[in-house]
Design a protein around this ligand. Structure first.
Ligand code: BG6
Length: 255
């Protein structure tokens, strides 16, 4: 706390919370773009917030991404988290396994002593395959868990970077460029006005379901994510944003 005051971080948190209309904003010192160590600090703050806001027997939905992974790495066992079930918001993405929501949900359970469920459904299914998989009991049950999530913990991505990381086709990349997409979350690509430019068809938590979730916690830092964070916070109701000084300063400067 003393350090935060020293760096004027409390002020940044207050200003950002007002600008974005988010109840609680936590800013960690530094810039994720400059040092990976800052992402670890975002993870530490994320783990602390999750512990604090948790209640017994809750369901926590988690997305993929390196920022949510950083939260998973910092989690430790606690009474409430031991009775928590972690569920991935979606099945597969064309990403590295460690960055996938399934892997992260299982890791959170392992770190906390909690439970987890997996969602074995690839994205971009054919209608026939979709029909068939939806009849699978295991999948049905996981989707039912997702709908009952009390907390959702998600990352926010830079649109271009996410499209490249997912090895999107040149057509999709062109669509994103033409639509001036700046941010991405849950497979939705958003422009600076908060409009959806493109979405990856998927099984799992949809944007509409987010309104039913009691608490949404977003973790994203780095100057390069400023536009993305602003856009997504204008579209979705984020209750707690955990970010870094780099992003916070860039968001406030550009507004
Ligand atoms: C993805 C999530 O896996 O990670 C997205 O589905 C998010 O919601 C993205 O935008 C962010 O990744 P990172 O590595 O920048 O935290």
């Amino acid at each position: 706390q003393v350090m935060k005051e020293l760096f004027g971080i409390n002020e940044l948190e207050k200003e950002l919370s007002q600008l974005l209309g988010i109840k609680e904003v936590i800013v960690v010192p530094g810039d994720t773009d400059q040092s990976n160590w800052v992402k670890k600090e975002i993870g530490r703050a994320g783990a602390r917030v999750l512990q604090q806001l948790s209640i017994e027997n809750q369901i926590v939905a988690v997305t993929g991404g390196s920022s949510v992974l950083a939260v998973a790495e910092m989690l430790t066992p606690s009474t409430v988290l031991k009775s928590t079930t972690f569920v991935p918001t979606r099945g597969g993405l064309d990403e590295a396994v460690e960055l996938g929501a399934n892997y992260i949900a299982s890791m959170m359970a392992k770190k906390t002593g909690g439970r987890y469920r997996l969602l074995h459904v690839p994205d971009q299914l054919s209608p026939e395959a979709y029909e068939m998989l939806m009849k699978e009991q295991h999948i049905e049950k996981t989707l039912a868990y997702l709908k009952k999530s009390r907390i959702v913990l998600h990352g926010i991505g830079d649109a271009k970077k996410m499209a490249l990381r997912r090895k999107s086709s040149p057509e999709v990349i062109k669509k994103l460029e033409q639509g001036e997409a700046v941010g991405e979350f849950f497979g939705y690509y958003i422009n600076s006005k908060g409009q959806i430019i493109h979405r990856i068809p998927m099984v799992g938590l949809q944007l509409e379901n987010l309104d039913q979730v009691e608490l949404s916690i977003a973790v994203a830092g780095g100057t390069s994510k400023a536009e993305a964070i602003k856009a997504i916070c204008s579209l979705s109701s984020v209750h707690v944003l955990i970010t870094d000084e780099g992003a916070a300063e860039a968001i406030l400067k550009k507004s």
